[in-house]
Design a protein around this ligand. Structure first.
Ligand SMILES: Cc1cc2nc3c(=O)[nH]c(=O)nc-3n(C[C@H](O)[C@H](O)[C@H](O)COP(=O)(O)OP(=O)(O)OC[C@H]3O[C@@H](n4cnc5c(N)ncnc54)[C@H](O)[C@@H]3O)c2cc1C
Length: 380
């Protein structure tokens, strides 16, 4: 069996104050805030993939706080207060992303966001107006926006959408490049002294006095004082009791389109469908509500059923009458549960978790990382 050299034991495999499992946006922001709080802390992020391999580099790159019908549905299901709490975290998270990185570093583009309302979704325009009015008033309690949403029906024609009765705009919404964001974050925490080991899957842990021994695919056990599990959709591997369901999200990207008639981040049907321009291409994802059971999966594949549904939506609603080629398809795994609030807590002595980011983890991650960094024990 391969044994570690003394050099490796004193560097790569050295004992740590904190080991973070998972190098998605939550693991990276957690390292960032831990290092800000504990300047001398020895921190390692262990990532099982050769690159982050969950949702953070496989998502749609929306920098958003939620669309009107999604927030209305959340308020009904979670209660107004919980809906506002989660929106406030997303809003603050986006502010911190913008404060930490330049637009160029993370491919941030601000073209606004919109929700498409299908014919029949609202019987009368007045009802939609009332809902938007209520949301704007309610959201003022949580975020610094006077009018988060506005009716924008006039733009439907210029955007060229089919089967769309109404459009609601969200001026604050933006889009970013998910690969650039994760790379920039990784560079940032490494420059602060955090180590990242990729290809290391933490399989289990056991206690040894005040320390934890982490068992992984490495020949050498890793020692740490505290473990923070940021493995989101895969968290049940280490913490089987969590209320968490891995959920697949599928995406496609078209070939470049001449004179693309819109720019921005678009939502439909309580956030189940989402699309944006990616330069002069269209990135479209979602539709998992058409096959909920099959999409409750951690298998990172695309399926003909969901991809065909996305193509149908593309051809009938987004770009009706246009000949379009699909150039890319992929999927990522996120985490849902019986409610939308992320789980950020101490699991047992010296073990913490920050998981279950649902569908808007990009915006949530900075605040989640900050919260969990305040829950851990002080280091000596
Ligand atoms: C298709 C799709 C589109 C989305 N679109 C958006 C969007 O536009 N905007 C938005 O805000 N959110 C979006 N999301 C959600 C968002 O991407 C996630 O909420 C967010 O990335 C979660 O980050 P995370 O760090 O918690 O998890 P992840 O990014 O999944 O990171 C977890 C990491 O843990 C690693 N890991 C797993 N098990 C182990 C182990 N045992 N040991 C070590 N490492 C392990 C994984 O390889 C992975 O890299 C989307 C998600 C999907 C799937």
């Amino acid at each position: 069996m391969l044994t570690a050299s003394v050099w490796e034991k004193e560097t790569y495999y050295a004992p740590r104050d904190f080991v973070i499992a998972g190098s998605g946006v939550v693991g990276l922001w957690t390292a960032y805030y831990l290092k800000k709080r504990f300047k001398r802390a020895r921190i390692l992020i262990a990532e099982r993939g050769l690159i982050p391999s969950g949702a953070s580099t496989r998502n749609a790159g929306f920098a958003c706080i939620g669309s009107p019908t999604e927030l209305l549905s959340d308020a009904r299901k979670m209660g107004e207060q919980r809906m506002l709490e989660i929106v406030a975290m997303r809003y603050e998270g986006l502010r911190r992303i913008r404060k930490t990185f330049s637009a160029k570093e993370i491919g941030y583009e601000h073209h606004g966001g919109y929700e498409l309302i299908a014919p029949g979704q609202y019987k009368k325009q007045k009802q939609l107006k009332n809902d938007v009015g209520w949301l704007n008033l309610t959201l003022r309690k949580a975020i610094r926006e006077d009018k988060t949403f506005r009716l924008a029906d006039k733009q439907i024609k210029s955007f060229g959408f089919g089967r769309t009765a109404h459009l609601v705009s969200a001026a604050a919404e933006a889009q970013l490049h998910s690969g650039l964001l994760v790379q920039a974050l990784a560079r940032k925490v490494q420059s602060m002294g955090v180590d990242i080991l990729t290809g290391v899957e933490i399989n289990s842990y056991e206690r040894n006095g005040g320390r934890l021994i982490l068992h992984s695919n490495l020949a050498v056990p890793l020692l740490t004082s505290q473990l923070i599990v940021c493995t989101n959709g895969f968290a049940k591997q280490l913490l089987p009791a969590l209320d968490l369901q891995p959920v697949r999200g599928q995406v496609l990207v078209t070939a470049p389109i001449k004179n693309i008639p819109f720019k921005g981040a678009f939502h439909f049907d309580e956030g189940y469908y989402y699309f944006r321009n990616l330069g002069n291409r269209v990135l479209l994802g979602g539709a998992r509500n058409k096959d909920l059971e099959a999409e409750n999966s951690e298998e990172m594949i695309t399926t003909p059923f969901i991809q065909e549904e996305l193509e149908r939506f593309l051809k009938t609603v987004i770009l009706p009458g246009k000949k379009i080629q699909i150039e890319h398809r992929w999927s990522g795994i996120m985490a849902m549960g019986s409610e939308k609030m992320p789980i950020i807590r101490r699991v047992e002595k010296n073990v913490y978790c920050a998981v279950r980011m649902s569908g808007m983890g990009v915006a949530l991650a900075p605040v989640i990382g900050d919260i969990v960094s305040r829950q851990v024990d002080e280091i000596d």
